[in-house]
Design a binder for this molecule. Structure first.
Ligand SMILES: *[C@@H]1O[C@H](CO)[C@@H](O)[C@H](O)[C@H]1NC(C)=O
Ligand SMILES: *[C@@H]1O[C@H](CO)[C@@H](O)[C@H](O)[C@H]1NC(C)=O
Ligand SMILES: *[C@@H]1O[C@H](CO)[C@@H](O)[C@H](O)[C@H]1NC(C)=O
Ligand SMILES: *[C@@H]1O[C@H](CO)[C@@H](O)[C@H](O)[C@H]1NC(C)=O
Length: 122
C-alpha cells in the first residue's frame, strides 16, 4: 500500500516534470521557428544581413536579434534597419511573445504589416 502510494507519487512527479520541460522548451523553439519563417518571407537581402540566421549558431547570436538574458532565452528585439531587405513581413513574428522592439525602417517590404503585430511599435 505504501509502496503503491510512493509509486503513484513518482509517476505524477515524472509526468509533471515532462510537462514542464515540454512547455519551457517550446517557447524558445517557437522563437527559432518564427525567426526562420521571417527569413523565409524575405525575397531580397543584398547585404546578406540574414546570412547568420542559420542553425550553426543560437538564434540569439543572429544579426539584429536581441534576447532575454536568462534561460530559456527569448527574442526581445529585432533591428534590421537600412538593409535593403525586400519581401513580406511574416505574420509569424506575432508568435515571438517576448518581442518588444521591431525595427525594420528603410527597407522595402511590400504588403501590409500583419494585423497580429498591432501591439508592437514598428
Ligand atoms: C551561418 O552563420 C554563420 C555565422 O553565424 C556564418 O559564418 C555562416 O557562413 C553561415 N552559413 C551559411 C550557410 O550561410
Ligand atoms: C530552449 O530552452 C530549453 C530549456 O531551458 C533548453 O534546454 C534548450 O537548450 C533551449 N534551446 C534553445 C535553442 O535555446
Ligand atoms: C504561431 O504558433 C501557432 C502555434 O504554434 C502556429 O499554429 C501558427 O502557425 C503560428 N503562426 C504563425 C503566423 O507562424
Ligand atoms: C527598444 O528600442 C529603444 C530605442 O532603441 C530602446 O530605448 C529601448 O530600450 C528598447 N526596448 C527594449 C525592450 O529592448
Amino acid at each position: 500500500m505504501k509502496a503503491g502510494a510512493v509509486g503513484q507519487f513518482l509517476l505524477l512527479f515524472m509526468a509533471c516534470s515532462m510537462l514542464h520541460t515540454g512547455s519551457s522548451a517550446s517557447g524558445n523553439e517557437t522563437d527559432r521557428l518564427s525567426l526562420l519563417d521571417f527569413k523565409k518571407a524575405i525575397t531580397l537581402d543584398p547585404q546578406q544581413a540574414l546570412a547568420s540566421w542559420n542553425d550553426s549558431t543560437h538564434f540569439c547570436s543572429w544579426e539584429g536579434v536581441l534576447c532575454t538574458a536568462n534561460n530559456p532565452r527569448r527574442v526581445t528585439s529585432i533591428r534590421l534597419e537600412r538593409r535593403g531587405l525586400a519581401g513580406q513581413i511574416s505574420p509569424s513574428l506575432a508568435n515571438l511573445t517576448f518581442l518588444r522592439n521591431l525595427s525594420l525602417a528603410t527597407n522595402q517590404f511590400t504588403g501590409e504589416i500583419p494585423a497580429s503585430l498591432g501591439h508592437l511599435q514598428v
